[in-house]
Design a protein around this ligand. Structure first.
Ligand code: URA
Length: 242
């Protein structure tokens, strides 16, 4: 149980047991082969309670430059950002953010929840903020609402585009800061949607997925477990956001 929770290798745990550092129901155990009920018995290692669980839910503020995969021969992956004990339960990223996209990435080993958050049929909102070259305006808002045709002929589902701010730059160029809510996740979808209306995404960040919002206190590259409220809300509202 202790090794499964990432608290040490099997031999390290055996040694800890021999040293009397492991207690079950308050009594030091001498035999590392002892049977415990991980959900019932109170187990401590070095005086700290060990809570057993089978699922893990982490919110990562993905930085640019790392890829949303579990392994890669060339690039650093989002799993490389996790402490070893947080990798024990084999979390994987729920959907992909491009290497140069930042922001909210949920990592979990709960395949059912991952599927429900990603399936376009479940209509779970994914909210992005982006900096886009050019003046994004009403025509784009209407086009995104109706669905735009991507380079491969795919017509996107209705999406909600909001222009947050536009800035005129030198020589008549402009940049727009926008928020976009989509309910599907085709390859490079946001970038390709803007390409479909003749504009280019310069910076992209995901800020929400379903009811889960990127914690503004979470520095780029850092992560934390979801709170019980966040998890409950995500599970109970999945598929109801659209
Ligand atoms: N859309 C994109 O183009 N890139 C992402 O990383 C996510 C959505």
């Amino acid at each position: 149980m202790l090794a499964n929770m990432g608290l040490g290798t099997r031999s390290e745990i055996k040694k800890a047991v021999k040293q009397g550092r492991v207690t079950v129901e308050g009594k030091a155990v001498k035999d590392s082969g002892i049977q415990v009920d991980p959900f019932q018995d109170h187990v401590e290692l070095d005086g700290e309670a060990v809570s057993y669980r089978e699922t893990i839910y982490l919110m990562l503020n993905k930085p640019q430059g790392v890829i949303s995969a579990t392994e890669d021969t060339r690039d650093k992956t989002v799993l490389d950002l996790l402490e070893p004990q947080d990798r024990v339960l084999a979390p994987f990223p729920v959907g992909r953010l491009d290497k140069d996209t930042e922001g909210l990435l949920l990592l979990t080993n709960d395949g059912q929840l991952a599927h429900e958050l990603l399936s376009p049929r479940k209509h779970v909102d994914k909210t992005y903020e982006a900096e886009v070259s050019g003046l994004v305006g009403e025509a784009d808002i209407q086009a995104f609402k109706a669905g735009v045709t991507l380079d491969d002929g795919y017509v996107t589902m209705p999406a909600r585009l909001t222009v947050l701010r536009t800035e005129e730059q030198h020589e008549g160029t402009a940049v727009s800061y926008i928020s976009l809510v989509i309910q599907e996740g085709k390859f490079h979808q946001v970038k390709r949607m803007f390409e479909a209306v003749g504009k280019k995404v310069i910076f992209l960040k995901r800020v929400a997925m379903g009811t889960l919002k990127l914690d503004p206190l979470l520095a780029s590259g850092s992560y934390r477990e979801l709170t019980e409220e966040e998890l409950e809300s995500l599970k109970s509202h999945r598929g109801q956001s659209g």
